[in-house]
Design a protein around this ligand. Structure first.
Ligand code: ATP
Length: 226
């Protein structure tokens, strides 16, 4: 049963519109602290449970590519961008499970805000049959103590070591400080003519400038058409 050599792959999903140092530090710290063999950033095409992102999939992918240049610890997984139609995490995990095999440990990382919406995700009860969930909470924040999410927490609660000895089915809570950076704030800064420098990699900012991204979009909110 115990297989300490199980390969452990983690996914960190988001719109990355644009990618910033909050995302990058979070992904790197998770990889290091939880001992994953791989940490993949997984940009979503058109998340079912969020408004549409501000710029096209190609721009978001290109910005992630620039942010990850020369970083051996983080990878880019483009599968959701390549799929047409809505992106469901469960489909992504089914596909990955098929590719990586039954033995691999797969962890899907999310913030507490995402965990709280879990019961509304497409086929959410299947997620833990395919992967572990790693939930990041800010220090001092409370997990829900009753309701559906509290039940999931109770039934699946696990430790970091479980991510290496089991292939799926555990929910691990990880307390971690978040840099106070959000993509919404970056889009608003640019739209109002201010600089978001030092909140995101210089190469990403250069790309945004070169392509004149976010100049108007943020003022209209997230729900504008591409
Ligand atoms: P937006 O402001 O458009 O909602 P965002 O900056 O929150 O964007 P997302 O692409 O929605 O970024 O988030 C991707 C993932 O990164 C989510 O799991 C989210 O919880 C996490 N995340 C967002 N901001 C930070 C941050 N400052 N530090 C660590 N993780 C973050």
């Amino acid at each position: 049963m115990m297989n300490s050599n199980r390969r452990a792959i983690a996914l960190f999903g988001g719109t990355f519109d644009p990618v910033h140092f909050g995302h990058l530090r979070m992904a790197l710290e998770l990889r290091q602290a939880l001992g994953f063999d791989e940490m993949r950033l997984l940009p979503s095409h058109q998340p079912g449970h969020r408004n549409r992102p501000g710029v096209s999939a190609v721009h978001r992918r290109n910005m992630l590519g620039l942010a990850l240049e020369g970083c051996a610890e983080l990878q880019l997984d483009e599968r959701e961008l390549k799929r047409s139609g809505p992106t469901y995490t469960v489909d992504t995990l089914e596909e990955l499970r098929g590719e990586l095999g039954e033995e691999a440990s797969i962890s899907f990382c999310m913030g507490l805000d995402s965990l709280l919406t879990l019961p509304s995700w497409h086929r959410w009860d299947r997620l833990l049959q395919l992967a572990h969930l790693v939930v990041v909470i800010r220090p001092g924040w409370q997990l829900p103590s009753d309701g559906e999410v509290a039940d999931i927490l109770r039934r699946h609660s696990g430790e970091i070591r479980d991510l290496h000895t089991e292939s799926r089915g555990r929910l691990v809570v990880r307390e971690q400080t978040l840099l106070p950076i959000s993509a919404t704030n970056i889009r608003q800064l640019i739209a109002s003519g201010q600089s978001p420098r030092y909140l995101l990699p210089a190469a990403v900012l250069q790309y945004i400038d070169d392509h004149q991204l976010y100049r108007q979009a943020a003022l209209r909110g997230d729900s504008n058409d591409d």
